[in-house]
Design a protein around this ligand. Structure first.
Ligand SMILES: *Cc1c(COP(=O)(O)O)cnc(C)c1O
Length: 355
């Protein structure tokens, strides 16, 4: 039976990206050695790093003055590395859920943290709108896509202070005006690559503004200066990222990824809104096009386990909701086909007809 992978992360990748990465692990470009067993400084690896950086810049239309680095530690290490490098006195954070809160917790170790707004009052089911970004802060931080709660900010903020964004789960799903950011970061395992690498897009002239000493490995400058080769980078995830970046380019770039994401999410949200058994958990205007959260309607609550079992029997994988929301979450990253969401919709329709 065909499986449809709706996992939240690590998550779906285009099949050919996985196959090409697997092939390189056996024999990289016919050199008779595995990608895993060659020097990261060799002539066989350096072009992989170079192309991955330049292709990410090309696809996101990154302006001059920005660098792309590939690091370890996941987005979670960025929660600490960002304030380490940018927080001198005070930083502003938008609290839109679990990941935003984790970022705030780390920042508090380095200085004052202002929560500009929060949607905690309604279990993060919406994006706060009426807030001002203070002008006396070192930076403003937000999470563009809230992977757990299924809300998304699909716009770039105009701010008088540097803007820093966690784009772990919606990078490459739409065009972004990178010029409006000082730094964009994310773990790769949602929409860029397999787990094990973290991408950071940095506006170089925003670095070096804090007075504290920064340990070498946590100083962005180190990695910018050494082209992500200060120490051994995660070579296989970077190769996998390159294969995926090529795939995105071949399939029309981020504009086309956005068109597909909007189409997929519309198909699924339309069914959630139409089908009496289900309801969405997020304010319609703030719905994520990547992570689609829904629950059984109140009258049908007791059918939750049955629907999960039914959908699983039809090949749906990873649709159980996160424990802080319950119900279901269908993560539809770039690798998800329209056919995949149509298969899930068919399950919902069949289940409705049988109840
Ligand atoms: C998954 C996720 C993280 C955590 O990423 P790690 O790479 O596991 O540290 C952080 N932020 C967002 C928005 C995420 O979706």
């Amino acid at each position: 039976m065909k499986k449809y992978n709706f996992n939240a992360g690590p998550s779906i990748l285009p099949r050919e990206v996985i196959e090409k990465t697997a092939q390189a692990c056996l024999d990289l470009n016919g050199i008779g050695l595995s990608l895993m067993e060659i020097s990261h400084r060799s002539k066989d690896f350096q072009p992989i790093m170079d192309e991955a950086q330049s292709l990410l810049k090309e696809l996101l239309d990154v302006p001059a003055g920005y660098e792309v680095v590939f690091l370890g530690g996941g987005a979670s290490l960025q929660f600490c590395q960002v304030p380490y490098n940018y927080l001198e006195h005070k930083a502003a954070y938008l609290n839109t859920g679990t990941w935003a809160k984790k970022a705030m917790k780390e920042a508090k170790l380095f200085g004052e943290v202002v929560e500009v707004a929060s949607s905690a009052d309604k279990n993060y089911t919406y994006i706060p709108k009426d807030f001002e970004i203070p002008t006396d802060v070192d930076y403003f931080h937000f999470t563009s896509n809230n992977t757990i709660f299924g809300t998304e900010i699909r716009k770039d903020f105009d701010a008088k202070v540097p803007v820093i964004c966690d784009m772990s789960s919606d990078i490459l799903s739409r065009p972004v005006d990178v010029s409006k950011y000082a730094l964009i970061y994310g773990g790769a395992q949602k929409n860029l690559s397999m787990a094990g690498v973290t991408f950071v897009i940095i506006k170089s002239d925003t670095l070096g503004k804090v007075s504290r000493q920064i340990p070498t490995m946590l100083d962005y400058r180190t990695h910018v200066d050494k082209g992500s080769m200060f120490n051994t980078p995660p070579v296989v995830p970077i190769y996998c990222a390159l294969m995926n970046l090529r795939w995105v380019k071949e399939h029309g770039g981020v504009k086309e990824m956005e068109r597909r994401a909007l189409e997929r999410s519309r198909i699924l949200y339309d069914e959630i809104d139409r089908n009496k058994l289900f309801r969405g958990t997020v304010e319609p205007e703030d719905r994520s096009v990547m992570n689609i959260c829904f629950v059984m309607s109140d009258e049908y609550k007791e059918l939750e386990q049955d629907f999960l079992a039914y959908a699983t029997s039809k090949g749906m994988v990873g649709i159980k909701g996160h424990r802080s929301v319950g119900g279901f979450r269908a993560s539809c990253y770039n690798g998800m086909s329209k056919e995949g969401v149509e298969a899930l919709v068919a399950c919902m329709k069949d289940f409705e007809a049988n109840h």
